[in-house]
Design a protein around this ligand. Structure first.
Ligand code: AMP
Length: 198
């Protein structure tokens, strides 16, 4: 299986690149942000609780997102692979994901990080907020809070995968197609390696 963690701060372009990668490699896209927004739209208790945190730019509890991912992975027993987008966002989530995949006889193939500086992120998110309808994209203070949550709680997840020799970083500023083609180069090299080790 090809299981990719697409990593990077809010506004790095994970959603855009995920869409392109799932088309090219026939992967299943799992975005915890999208799953949480569906819960909010459906008015579930989980959604209402999560909304309070999301509206303040804070992370929702690890157990909640790990549980959602577990359900989704189980829904696709014959998948050729997954793209995890916006997850894991803490080291305990990464450990939970490793355990979940191990229990399903698979593992993370790689984490690829999209690198974008904080100022560029803020302007991209404010621009996205004009059309996305996402309340958390429309307020500069909230955007800075989300980037701060990323820098303190999420950035260490990169070290977790680097420790496993699975971390790659790509420049997230530039043309969408150029960034996509760099991502594909990394993934194709990994697939070759997977083939050789079979
Ligand atoms: P995103 O769509 O990935 O930018 O996520 C939007 C918001 O959902 C975040 O600011 C968090 O409040 C929450 N969220 C999404 N994914 C996670 C996660 N893996 N862990 C904790 N909170 C999350």
């Amino acid at each position: 299986m090809l299981n990719i963690v697409l990593f990077g701060p809010p506004g790095a372009g994970k959603g855009t690149q995920s869409q392109k990668l799932i088309d090219k490699y026939s992967l299943i896209h799992l975005s915890t942000g999208d799953l949480l927004r569906s819960e909010i739209a459906a008015g579930t208790t989980l959604g209402l609780e999560a909304k309070k945190l999301m509206d303040n730019g804070l992370l929702v509890p690890d157990e909640v997102v790990i549980g959602m991912i577990e359900n989704k992975v189980k829904e696709h027993p014959h998948a050729t692979g997954f793209i995890f987008d916006g997850f894991p966002r803490t080291v305990p989530q990464a450990q939970g994901l490793d355990k979940l995949l191990h229990d399903n006889n698979t593992e993370i193939s790689c984490m690829i990080a999209l690198r974008v500086d904080d100022e560029e992120l803020t302007s991209r998110l404010l621009l996205r907020g004009k059309t996305s309808g996402r309340p958390d994209d429309q307020n500069e203070e909230l955007i800075r809070k989300r980037v701060q949550e990323y820098n303190t709680k999420t950035a260490p997840v990169a070290d977790y995968y680097a420790g496993q020799g699975k971390f790659y970083a790509v420049d997230g500023i530039g043309e969408i197609e150029d960034i996509f083609s760099t991502l594909c180069q990394h993934i194709d090299a990994l697939k070759e390696k997977q083939k050789e080790s079979r």
